[in-house]
Design a protein around this ligand. Structure first.
Ligand code: SAH
Ligand code: SF4
Length: 363
């Protein structure tokens, strides 16, 4: 079997080449070719000895998942459907803004956590994406969109907010993050790479040690009773533990706050009284809030909060000096907005019940 080099971070690539009898600096050269030059053809890698190029073209490949579909929204948002084999497909979304280009990437085919308002969760879970399938989303987007006027790749920011729970695919996620940050590859700053999690406490602690990038936590409720219903993993890692993990994370985080995401569900979690309860809950966690108007999908019982309810909720937080933004809904005409990503997933599990029972943090 040929080795896909996109599956190897710098450490693993060095080990691979050393095993072939090559010098470690070859790994740096290869990383620069693959990620900085966006090259996938070994024969074009002119500063690599011909014999090694030849050897690599026999034993290795550089390949990303096939693109099944590209959709372009009226607002410039682009969504790609990537084939990850065996009937599964995942989605990546590019969101252009004036000063940055953000790519929202997926970490799993489906998600086992079954949050009640999430379209990905409703699809069930099939499998973790490989490192190549995660970093391949970024490689592909840069390849497709090219460089901007300053000569930089189009993607300046990455958010792991697509399909799946990144911290339940821990080691592949961390290898992919390292490739995003590595100076030989994309060299993105830790502040421009965000992992979004529903709150897998032990994995948050590991991430703090292994690769502390910016963190977003999907909160969605001001108390355990409601969060247990909306985000069932809360039954395993309740708010008190989650917020302690957030405080610990801040000791090594690249930013001095955690971003909390809060989906606005009409009549469920959007009252003024709940906003006050949230302010109290957050009293000792440096934070910013991002209110996400609920994005509907077929068969959901939920409705998006009314604009005036969102504004009132935001006011309560702002009056308590919590910086709060309301997420602009981008790309909803092509179902590319948060939580609308569904891809195509063949469910292999019975989701949360299975996950809640086993220790889901892969060792
Ligand atoms: N599993 C991770 C990352 C993927 S979900 C997590 O839960 O954080 C990315 C964000 O989209 C999360 O904050 C999630 O709660 C939110 N989201 C999910 N479904 C949504 C929907 N239908 N409308 C708006 N936001 C949604
Ligand atoms: Fe999974 Fe995140 Fe969706 Fe919850 S919100 S089901 S954790 S992808």
């Amino acid at each position: 079997m040929q080795q896909n080099l996109l599956d190897l971070d710098a450490h693993a690539l060095t080990a691979y080449l050393t095993e072939m009898g090559e010098k470690p600096f070859r790994a740096k050269q290869l990383l620069r070719w693959i990620y900085q030059a966006g090259e996938s053809d070994f024969s074009a890698m002119t500063d690599i000895a011909a014999a090694l190029r030849e050897k690599l073209s026999r034993c290795a490949i550089i390949t990303v998942p096939d693109i099944l579909k590209e959709e372009l929204s009226d607002d410039g948002t682009r969504k790609w459907l990537l084939n990850v084999g065996t009937g599964n497909a995942v989605e990546a979304v590019y969101i252009p803004e004036e000063s940055r280009g953000t790519l929202c990437i997926s970490s799993q085919a489906g998600c086992a956590l079954d949050c009640s308002f999430c379209s990905t969760g409703k699809q069930g879970f099939n499998r973790n994406l490989s490192v190549a399938e995660i970093i391949g989303q970024l490689w592909w987007a840069n390849h497709r969109l090219g460089r901007n006027n300053e000569g930089n790749w189009a993607i300046s920011n990455v958010v792991m907010m697509g399909m799946g729970e990144p911290l339940l695919n821990y080691s592949n996620t961390v290898s992919a993050l390292r490739l995003m940050l590595d100076d030989q590859s994309y060299g993105l700053s830790r502040r421009r790479v965000t992992v979004s999690t529903s709150g897998i406490v032990p994995a948050m602690d590991r991430l703090r040690e292994d690769c502390p990038v910016a963190l977003a936590v999907s909160l969605h409720a001001p108390n355990d009773a409601l969060r247990d219903r909306l985000v069932p993993i809360n039954q395993k890692y309740p708010l008190k533990e989650l917020l302690s993990a957030c405080r610990r994370y801040l000791e090594r985080a690249p930013r001095d706050f955690i971003t909390f995401e809060y989906v606005m569900l009409d009549g469920v979690n959007d009252s003024v009284q709940q906003a006050h309860e949230l302010v109290k809950l957050m009293s000792d966690v440096p934070c910013k809030f991002n209110l996400i108007p609920f994005n509907p999908f077929p068969q959901t019982p939920y409705k998006r909060s009314r604009l005036d309810a969102i504004a009132r909720f935001k006011d309560v937080l702002m009056q308590a000096d919590i910086i709060t933004t309301t997420r602009k809904t981008r790309g909803d005409d092509i179902a590319a907005a948060c939580g609308q990503l569904a891809g195509q997933v063949l469910d292999k599990t019975r989701r949360t019940s299975a996950v809640l029972q086993k220790d889901e943090v892969e060792r």
